[in-house]
Design a binder for this molecule. Structure first.
Ligand SMILES: NC(=O)c1ccc[n+]([C@@H]2O[C@H](COP(=O)([O-])OP(=O)(O)OC[C@H]3O[C@@H](n4cnc5c(N)ncnc54)[C@H](O)[C@@H]3O)[C@@H](O)[C@H]2O)c1
Length: 353
């Protein structure tokens, strides 16, 4: 199955411009390398190696495959790439020589998965982060932690769009706590390593990234909608359908991620997402109708038992910090991103849910 649009990967390289050379000749360790974002990092570094970098960068990736799905189980063969199955809760014995960047993207991100694996979700964000930080510290590497917009919990409406300085409204109990609280501890670990040892840590808080390559069984909202559309079934909107989100297309997100990884200010956290539009699930359905050019049937239903309670009502990033410090500017509109995603999912997804 085609997992990416090659034109998307080329777009990221173009967006990066001269910043791409910050990876020239470097060694990068990536955790979560077979997940949705991890697979994009792998393809982007492979593309940069063959088309852009003055000297190739070496990428060493790890994943324990707990949430990688079918696409993740296929290990691509690229020059300068080594992928292994490894659980980052166990330390990595690094024998790859010099280490320049550690990208800790392993995590259990889909609410359906973290409800099923709460302890593993906690462990990868706490013990896994600690292990990767120790490695970065030992080798003097820049370290980037993939946190989440979920660390803001259900923000007070006065703090939407939400700035990095907002402290969050999060419960340490309940079905979401394994994810959002462990990401908060992961961020604290980054702060401590930077403060105590001077390790150059940065943190990324992604806001709903989407694009080709999302697994049909991922259960996040857009793959869920795409899968039901492909099967000719009505969409399911949970609750009352007025909860809002913003959606950031993968090429914009990857550009922002790589800018933070290469040149984010040590010790800092960055929102990466696209603040426009902040859209309710009901309006998202209308936008999908416009994009695919046909009427979409939907039902507003109760939250299923498998979905964690306390869903945040609003989610929208303030991205001025990344704009000012890193020149991060999302370019792909929601309609254009949905057009690329639905034309891909129509080819890639099966017709059964
Ligand atoms: N995609 C988004 O919109 C989004 C939003 C907020 C935060 N994030 C964070 O970004 C990171 C990547 O997200 P994603 O969308 O690619 O998620 P994903 O679930 O598709 O991929 C994560 C990968 O990490 C692996 N993994 C989990 N535990 C592991 C462990 N102990 N050892 C090794 N590998 C392990 C999984 O098998 C999976 O392949 C995650 O940490 C996630 O929490 C993503």
């Amino acid at each position: 199955m085609e997992q990416f649009l090659e034109s998307d990967i080329a777009e990221v390289a173009k967006n990066l411009g001269e910043d791409a050379q910050l990876f020239s000749g470097k060694t990068v360790l990536l955790t979560g390398a077979r997940g949705f974002l991890g697979r994009y990092f792998v393809e982007t570094f492979a593309y940069l190696n063959s088309h852009v970098l003055k000297q190739p960068c070496t990428l060493v990736g790890y994943d324990n495959l707990v949430a990688a799905g079918d696409a993740g189980a296929i290990f691509p063969d690229h020059p300068h790439l080594r992928l292994s199955k490894h659980d980052v809760i166990q330390p990595i014995q690094w024998d790859g020589g010099r280490l320049d960047y550690v990208i800790h993207a392993a995590g259990i991100a889909s609410p359906f998965y973290y409800r099923a694996y709460p302890l593993e979700t906690l462990e990868v964000a706490v013990t896994g982060t600690r292990n990767m930080l120790e490695l970065a510290r030992k080798h003097g590497a820049r370290f980037t932690f993939f946190s989440s917009s979920e660390i803001y919990g259900n923000p007070d409406p006065d703090h939407v769009p939400t700035q990095e300085s907002y402290r969050g409204n999060v419960s340490c109990r309940g079905p979401r706590a394994c994810y959002d609280e462990s990401k908060r501890v992961g961020e604290t670990l980054c702060y401590v390593f930077h403060d105590k040892y001077g390790t150059p840590t940065t943190t990324i808080r992604p806001f709903n990234i989407f694009g080709p390559g999302m697994q049909e069984t991922d259960y996040r909202v857009l793959p869920n909608f795409a899968s039901r559309l492909k099967a000719g079934q009505p969409l399911h909107l949970y609750g009352v359908g007025v909860q809002t989100r913003t959606f950031c297309y993968i090429t914009d997100a990857l550009t922002g991620f790589l800018q933070v990884i290469a040149k984010g200010v040590p010790g800092e956290a960055y929102n990466i997402g696209n603040p426009h539009p902040e859209i309710s699930m009901l309006d998202l359905v209308k936008t999908i109708e416009k994009v695919i050019g046909k009427k979409v049937e939907y039902h507003v239903i109760e939250y299923p038992d498998s979905y964690p309670a306390d869903e945040p009502m609003r989610r929208c990033p303030d991205i001025r910090k990344a704009e000012l410090q890193l020149k991060y500017h999302p370019r792909i509109s929601l309609e254009e991103g949905l057009r690329r995603f639905f034309s891909w999912s129509d080819r890639a997804y099966s017709s059964q849910t």
